[in-house]
Design a protein around this ligand. Sequence first.
Ligand code: AMP
Length: 547
Amino acid sequence: MSTKGLMQNRPLRIIDILMFAAEAFPEQGLVSSREEGDIHRTTYPESLARASQLAHGLVEMGIRPGDRVATLAWNGYRHFELYYAISGLGAICHTVNPRLSREQMIYILNHAGDSALFIDQSLLPVVESISDDLPPGIKLVAMTDVGNVPASSLETDCYEKILAGNSRHFDWPEFAEETAAGLCYTSGTTGNPKGALYTHRSTVLHALMTIAGHQQCLKSGTAALPVVPLFHVNAWGMPYTAPIVGMSMVMPGRYLDGASLFSLMDAEKVYSAWGVPTVWAGLLKEIQNRGRPPEGFTDLVVGGSAAPRSMIEAFENMGISVNQAWGMTEMSPIGTRGQLPAPLRNAPLQERIDAKVGAGRRLFGVDFKLIGENGEELPHDGKAEGELFVRGNTIVSGYYNNDKATSAAFDDAGWFATGDIATLARDGHLIIRDRSKDMIKSGGEWISSIDIENTAISHPDIATCAVIAVPHPKWDERPILIAVPSSDNLPTLEDIHALLSAHFAKWQMPDDIVFMEDLPLTSTGKISKLTLRKKFADYVHPDFRNA
Ligand code: AMP
């Protein structure tokens, strides 16, 4: 007898998400702070109709299954329509990060071999600056209406012209669920960017897994604000999770400062907001200025970098639940959920905050293992520190057209090497200690730069900070603290040591404090340690200043 079950097997398709939302949640949709300067409102049924019109337009432009169609745009309803129309056709939506350097952008557009590039008005100058190096034959489209296409040296088509007059219905084709749907390059801090090529199957599964792990943040009938960009890692899957659960999305466009976010969140009664810690530091400042949080704001999802304890504490003290998530471009991107296990949910505040510092627990469908320096598998005991490897249906199996990077990224059993140094507790709690290259090794012992940063940032006169290693002939490496002050009272090194002394041994303390006006950021808003290390290449350690 066959051991096969008797169940239907329908290919998972991204477009089915929007078709479902249009039927099940016709009153939900998108509120977008537009490039044109106003607030635009639409519903999921209208988004589906416009995605259909766009799909007809794409076919007329000559886009075929498998073609790469690039977007260079902020969070807004047109970008959302592109996500669905491009992948719905069987083509590949290649999101391009506008914060990449000119060289990186030229590299990825040509490496992907994009057939078309859809551009937000405010980003046209970026494309003008690389116009000589675009892939041959690429078609450019300005994402606005006819009356608003700005004067440009580029020959562009107009988004609304492409949609105009087309049928509001499209016969979405069926294809294998392993068909490529999205392409996103890592904002990797070293070497050329590498492409993660998502499939329909991985994208739909990622959405379902995220909903299962982050139930409290994805609540039907409320509004979510993805600050995390559609131009990088699919805005953490929000364009797919929100329509499935029947949540509206408030798209902030390009204005991500604390004051703009506060006003938009307050006006739209945003329930849950998603983004990196840098952005929430700005919002916190605005909340402090105004003396209250935005109305209705209940839930914060923070990831992309470790959220400092002081930030978690500040939001929790206001009654806003902080849910930390960890993940990577190569993981679609979410790998963990920060929700507390049931026994801790009613624990005293400090205990809950203790449990929220860290990267959370794995999502169902994501497997973890820790590997030591000699390739040995380490115990999940909360102490053993090793490189985290991951496996699952939402994790890359290789990089797009890049055999060299692919061969370096996996072990023999096919697990993906994250490059993160971590501990895993028995109950699954993941603590990211550092990126492998960011860990500081002093006298043969490890120092976690993240731990020092998280404590140092709680100093009232420090706005943001980073710890980097500088070479030291005796100790091999020593940590120094680079800080951006938040007032004119510059803290001394002794002040910082006093703050750190409760948590760190003397030898773990930074040897110097250096002030800067701003810290360099990567294209996704994280502090760029690589740039800092380069900047401090000629730095002289205090031990040798008068030598
Ligand atoms: P990206 O591919 O740009 O999303 O960067 C992924 C990397 O960001 C991870 O490998 C981690 O090093 C870091 N990261 C993401 N989320 C967190 C988090 N919650 N805590 C600490 N590091 C994080």
